[in-house]
Design a protein around this ligand. Structure first.
Ligand SMILES: [Zn+2]
Ligand SMILES: [Zn+2]
Length: 408
């Protein structure tokens, strides 16, 4: 059996043995559905279904490697884009290890320029443009790594905190999902955001990313006198985030940390830490410690802004026609499920346990190369050109990631 047939068979069994329909998105009939059919190597788009059962039948028959639906609601979801009649869209966030500078991505991620005349390659996050030929298409080799997913979870927690405390969305309108690969999705289903256009969504992206913050108390009088601007922070939104973030950072910061943050007066800060925390941060007397100037505070705030802002895939949020993976379906690159996890349980959520779709059975595979990984409560690898018998889920993951071939 070829590796592709092996994966197809597992996906076929999964969709054909499902005891319930996949959890449908709200306004089900107004969504566009799209499918990647890996055997036929085609993307089917502009589909809609009368009910979740009809979708289930379709999945059983076609066995797509990936299932998507639009974040948007349409009057005619099956029409071409300009004739669909856009009625609104959920606000979505995609938090993916591809966009987070983790320490481990240099170990397990590689990219190669797809320009056949170039072929330049490197490790870590894929650049926007090839540094040699300027091309923008790449072959990438990534890994759904434990550490990367923990980082993605941390970023997700930041977004959720902003959605709840700064924007005021109630928990029942915010849904969090493991994407099935290297990150998390957040869907906000709320009447007020539904009809926001791309520009308004970009404002939300900027807020979440901490872009365009002003950290001065701007007073016309001061500017006329050409006095240095005064640093000040209120107790709302990003001001509060910066203040709490600075407190957290300063409490634990070593000289080295401060130096790395670009603070020249790190000696003064380490020596006067307690006074700074009390007078400046608690009592808002920002210029009350000698050697800690407005300039120092701005540097600190900039650094803390980088720590507290969330690293999201900005394009996904601003795209009002975006297709997003359907909850409860398999990811073609891993064989793992996209699954919902409640906001309150996110901390304890383990994707390598709860997104495992294939239970029972084993398969013999030849692994070309794979780092050590965890799945379904077991640890595997690392492997290099090795024949091994693995539980189905682990074998599917390696085959889907192009790291192994099935042996007869
Ligand atoms: Zn190139
Ligand atoms: Zn990693």
């Amino acid at each position: 059996m070829s590796s592709r047939d092996f994966v197809y068979e597992k996906f076929f069994n999964f969709y054909n043995n499902l005891s319930t329909v996949i959890p449908p998105p709200v306004s089900f009939t107004r969504r566009e559905f799209a499918f990647l059919l890996s055997r036929e190597k085609i993307m089917l788009r502009h589909r809609s279904f009368a009910n979740p059962k009809a979708l289930s039948s379709f999945l059983k028959e076609k066995v797509p490697s990936d299932v998507y639906h639009s974040c948007a609601y349409y009057e005619y979801p099956e029409e071409e884009m300009d004739k669909k009649g856009w009625q609104g869209a959920d606000l979505v966030f995609d938090i993916d290890a591809d966009h987070i500078p983790t320490k481990c991505n240099k170990i397990h991620d590689e990219w190669t320029c797809a320009n056949s005349k170039c072929g330049f390659s490197g490790k870590g996050i894929t650049p926007e443009n090839c540094p040699v030929c300027g091309g923008f298409k790449f072959e990438t080799k990534t890994w759904p790594c434990d550490q990367c997913l923990d980082s993605a979870k941390e970023e997700t927690v930041k977004v959720l905190d902003m959605l709840k405390n700064d924007f005021g969305f109630p928990d029942n309108e915010v849904h969090v999902f493991f994407s099935g690969h290297r990150g998390y999705h957040i869907h906000v289903e709320n009447e007020a955001v539904k009809t926001l256009d791309a520009v308004a969504r970009k404002e939300i992206v900027d807020y979440v990313s901490g872009i365009g913050l002003t950290m001065f108390a701007s007073s016309g009088k001061e500017q006329r006198k050409r006095r240095p601007q005064v640093f000040s922070l209120s107790d709302y939104g990003w001001n509060k985030r910066l203040k709490n973030g600075m407190r957290k950072f300063l409490l634990n910061a070593t000289k080295e940390d401060l130096k790395n943050a670009g603070i020249k007066t790190y000696e003064v800060i380490v020596k006067n830490k307690e006074a700074i925390l009390k007078r400046c941060l608690e009592e808002d007397r920002w210029n009350s410690v000698k050697g800690v100037s407005t300039e120092t505070w701005i540097k600190l705030a900039e650094h803390v802004k980088d720590l507290e802002s969330a690293k999201i895939d900005t394009v996904v949020t601003t795209d009002i026609h975006r297709l997003i993976r359907a909850n409860g379906t398999l990811h073609g690159k891993t064989g793992l499920l996209k699954v919902e996890c409640t906001v309150s349980r996110l901390e304890a959520f383990d994707p390598f346990q709860e997104a495992v779709a294939f239970k029972g059975g084993t398969a013999r595979v030849l692994v070309s190369d794979a780092p050590e990984f965890r799945l379904g409560g077991e640890t595997f690898g690392p492997y290099k050109n090795q024949k091994v018998e693995l539980p189905t889920a682990a074998a599917v993951l390696l085959v889907c990631k192009g790291r192994a071939e099935v042996l007869k």
